[in-house]
Design a binder for this molecule. Sequence first.
Ligand SMILES: NC(=O)c1ccc[n+]([C@@H]2O[C@H](COP(=O)([O-])OP(=O)(O)OC[C@H]3O[C@@H](n4cnc5c(N)ncnc54)[C@H](O)[C@@H]3O)[C@@H](O)[C@H]2O)c1
Length: 384
Amino acid sequence: MDKVRFGIIGIGNIGTVHTRYLLAGEIKQARLTAVCDNNPEKHPAIKQMVGDAIPLFSDAQEMLDSGLIDAVIVATPHYAHPTLSMMAMRRGIHTLCEKPAGVYTAQVEEMNACARECDVVFGIMYNQRPNPLYQKVKDLIDSGELGEIRRSNWIITNWYRSQSYYNSGGWRATWKGEGGGVLLNQDPHQLDLWQWLVGMPVRLRAFCQFGKHRQIEVEDEVTAYAEYANGATGVFITTVAETPGTNRLEIVGDRGKVVVENGQLQFWRLRESETAFNARWDKGFGEPECWQVQVPVGPECSDHQVITANFTDAILHHTPLIAPGLEGIRGLTLSNAMHLSTWTDDWVTLPLDSQRYLALLQQRIAHSQEKQVVSRTLDASGSW
Ligand SMILES: NC(=O)c1ccc[n+]([C@@H]2O[C@H](COP(=O)([O-])OP(=O)(O)OC[C@H]3O[C@@H](n4cnc5c(N)ncnc54)[C@H](O)[C@@H]3O)[C@@H](O)[C@H]2O)c1
């Protein structure tokens, strides 16, 4: 194989983005050879975009069985991600799944077990992982430069979404159609980066507000507090109803502090660790000497095609994946745990009891109602 033949399932907002860069030949060793969308109303527009040479399917299984594709991007609403991904993997088709990996971890555990059995490359579209800002934070942590982590705070409130956004798709922001709100749709990138950088907590307590600012069933505002095995703590704050919003990640280690905000990384480095300073300092007031360090950060590269290109290289050349599909369960575990903590008004200890979560989610699904679509227009930024 010198070029990977791609199919895409779900040609909505993000499926269209994937279609366009593949059609434009932006990934040299990949080409688009089939597309699929199960909504026939969308077919004329999709045909217009891809032309007659690329077959358009209504049924995902037919496309997967067609022999036309080596790899697939699953870009449907979240609930279908694990089902369609497993359908592809069982046919030996390399699978790149959109975020979130699924809606509830029990379903994603099954998908991960399937991926381990099938000899395919399995990736997840975490296109913020290659962002040089977060790459550099990871480097500072993994190299020990920041010291042992003590505290992390992420305020991610610049996901402003109006009521008309929610009214644009019946599946959006319902327990039945989407299985969550800001945590499931907008925050999966930050939840993944949070765990990728500071690891998974041992327990968390969260306060989700459901339909507080918007007429939706699911959460539109969340504050969560997490505790880690080494005693570190973390806070995650998010909403879709605040403007102007903030996107500020602050991580404090024994040797300094890093802040990512407004597209910039700031790093304060202690000359000696806080632990060492505290052990030797005998003059009452005083603090360790601190240097603000200019850390070089590469140019922005968090486009989706970076992940698709890396996934293509993994298929052709065994290049390590930037975002392995098996890791998708971690961010989802955090969001499921935040729901569960709110529903039970209690701490949630990890590993998550995935069956308990599913049982409580099903209760909400039973009373969930898909919205009437009153507006079909979404601006180009879609749901991300
Ligand atoms: N990585 C990112 O930055 C990013 C950005 C946007 C969306 N997403 C994710 O992508 C997914 C889709 O989001 P969207 O905003 O594009 O949604 P959308 O509603 O605009 O598009 C989904 C498309 O999938 C089609 N579809 C649904 N079920 C199908 C099936 N079984 N077979 C074939 N087609 C099917 C629908 O007809 C629709 O055209 C979501 O999970 C979302 O979280 C990721």
